[in-house]
Design a protein. Structure first.
Length: 238
């Protein structure tokens, strides 16, 4: 990417958390390896933690989309995301689904996995006197543990969790709320995230400067302010 100019006129930088700073994919896989062994899932006919995670991943994404749209609540999501993949293996055990969900949630929050260069770039922005914040759709108790376990809380000034704010990304209102709470406007705030439809396009729609962290190099046809594939590239922008 060719950088034409630096973003010098900004004060507040909002990050998404999962798969932007916190490597959700990696921590999720690590957690699956733990629960696979803890619950002896191979005895249930599930071949491997990797295969089970792949099955889970499809359902989890569908359920999160329904959650963002307000079609299901938090508890339904947490239980269904394990009940459905278990069903694919012919396992109809509501108790097991619940126990897997609780154990997985705890492991996934505590097994620290940060995206490469996260701490370096947060240090860099702090040294440049930028205010760094989070806007996340994750659950409050889980995101709080992640922040403490990884020590990200040392770098983040304010955190806005959707279930506390009352609006979920991509709802424009969570972005407006966050900017208002930090005393910012679309003239001095920037949004950085990995999800084009949830983080970046809603920011673009309200005129909020944005940086698409396209780590997986997913093709798209959107015209965006900036796009990076490594967090370290933020140094070239600020």
């Amino acid at each position: 990417m060719i950088i034409k100019k630096k973003m010098n006129n900004y004060k507040h930088i909002f990050f998404d958390l999962d798969n932007t700073l916190w490597d959700f994919d990696r921590s999720s896989m690590l957690a699956f390896e733990r629960v696979f062994e803890e619950f002896d899932l191979i005895d249930y006919g599930i071949p491997s933690a990797k295969e089970f995670h792949t099955t889970y991943f499809v359902y989890n994404n569908l359920l999160w989309e329904q959650y963002r749209q307000g079609k299901i609540d938090k508890e339904f999501l947490k239980n269904e995301r394990f009940r459905l993949p278990l069903k694919d293996y012919g396992i109809y055990d509501e108790c097991l689904a619940h126990e897997l969900s609780e154990s997985y949630t705890d492991y996934a929050a505590r097994l620290v996995a940060l995206v490469p260069n996260t701490i370096e770039i947060l240090n860099y922005l702090k040294e440049k006197n930028y205010k760094t914040h989070l806007i996340t759709n994750g659950f409050l108790e889980v995101q709080s543990i992640k922040m403490q376990a990884s020590e990200l809380d040392k770098y983040i000034d304010k955190t806005f969790v959707s279930e506390v704010v009352g609006y979920k990304k991509p709802d424009h209102r969570i972005f407006y709320h966050a900017m208002k709470e930090v005393g910012g406007t679309t003239e001095n705030c920037v949004m950085i995230g990995d999800d084009l439809s949830v983080d970046i396009l809603p920011a673009k729609e309200i005129g909020m400067p944005h940086i698409y962290f396209n780590r997986k190099q997913i093709p798209h046809n959107e015209i965006l302010d900036y796009e990076i594939k490594d967090l370290i590239e933020i140094k070239d922008l600020f």
